[in-house]
Design a protein around this ligand. Structure first.
Ligand code: SF4
Ligand code: SF4
Ligand code: FES
Length: 252
């Protein structure tokens, strides 16, 4: 059975805005994105909202629903009671373009900084071989749909724009971990790069990023913590330390 839902939606642009109240029809089985689309079709034709697949796969409909970062297309209206006001606001960590659309280019800039996969020089494509266990380990990270909900949630940048230049965020840490665990990646300094250039040390393992990931990727346990442990191992392993001193001297 349908009902009329109380909806509160942020309207505005990069110069400011406010929450506006609406009453919008909801039908059985609908998700927040359906209701936003009905609002757009019936009362607010200029409402800006980004979406594409409506299937939880393109990662473009990210927003905050009752303060929680979520995909609008995967958030069922029956999560809320019929009496409840459902508040939809844009992602807080990124600059607003208009209404529910934010400028997420920060994430693409950080992705560009990441050194690409470096295949082994002695092998040609087609000759690469990997153990199944290595395939499975990195497969979890390949499920990322780049919704950037984790990036939006991380407290290191959420209220601290000043940290953005030094911090790449959890989405980039899973990419770094994926490449670091890849047996065919010939780049040697993934851990050092993560620590020194991507701000891995600023992460204090609160796991908030993991809690909001719609793909259920264990960002903290399977990517960030192993990367941190390997940075520490490398730093405090006496053989690695001795080796780095000798090679530094030899090269001096
Ligand atoms: S675990 Fe690290 S990356 Fe994830 S939200 Fe917390 S501080 Fe940010
Ligand atoms: S790791 Fe999860 S939350 Fe982060 S961008 Fe990928 S899918 Fe979204
Ligand atoms: S519209 Fe594609 S993930 Fe929601």
């Amino acid at each position: 059975m349908g009902y009329d839902a109380k909806l509160r939606v942020w309207r505005g642009d990069d110069e400011g805005g406010e929450l506006k109240d609406f009453t919008v029809e909801v039908n059985e089985g609908e998700v927040v994105l359906d209701v936003i689309h009905r609002l757009q079709a019936t009362q607010a034709p200029d409402l800006a909202v980004r979406w594409n697949c409506k299937a939880g796969k393109c990662g473009s409909c990210s927003a905050e629903v009752n303060g929680r970062p979520r995909l609008m297309c995967m958030t069922r209206m029956n999560t809320f009671t019929e009496q409840e006001t459902v508040t939809v606001t844009p992602l807080r960590t990124f600059p607003v373009v208009r209404d529910l659309v934010t400028d997420v280019s920060f994430n693409y800039e950080k992705a560009l900084e990441m050194p690409a996969f470096q295949p082994p020089a002695e092998l040609k494509p087609g000759e690469y071989r990997m153990a199944q266990v290595d395939v499975e380990r990195s497969q979890e990270f390949r499920k990322c749909i780049e919704c950037f909900l984790c990036q939006n949630t991380c407290h290191v940048v959420r209220d601290h724009d000043e940290n953005k230049p030094a911090f790449s965020g959890p989405r980039m840490f899973i990419r770094a971990a994926e490449l670091d665990m890849h047996p065919l990646d010939a780049a040697e300094n993934r851990k050092e790069f993560a620590q020194e250039s991507q701000g891995l040390g600023m992460c204090n393992i609160t796991k908030c990023c993991t809690e909001v990931c719609p793909e259920g990727i264990h960002i903290t346990d399977n990517a960030i913590i192993p990367m941190k442990e390997r940075v520490v191992d490398r730093k405090y392993d006496p053989l690695v330390w001795l080796g780095s001193k000798i090679f530094k001297r030899a090269g001096a």
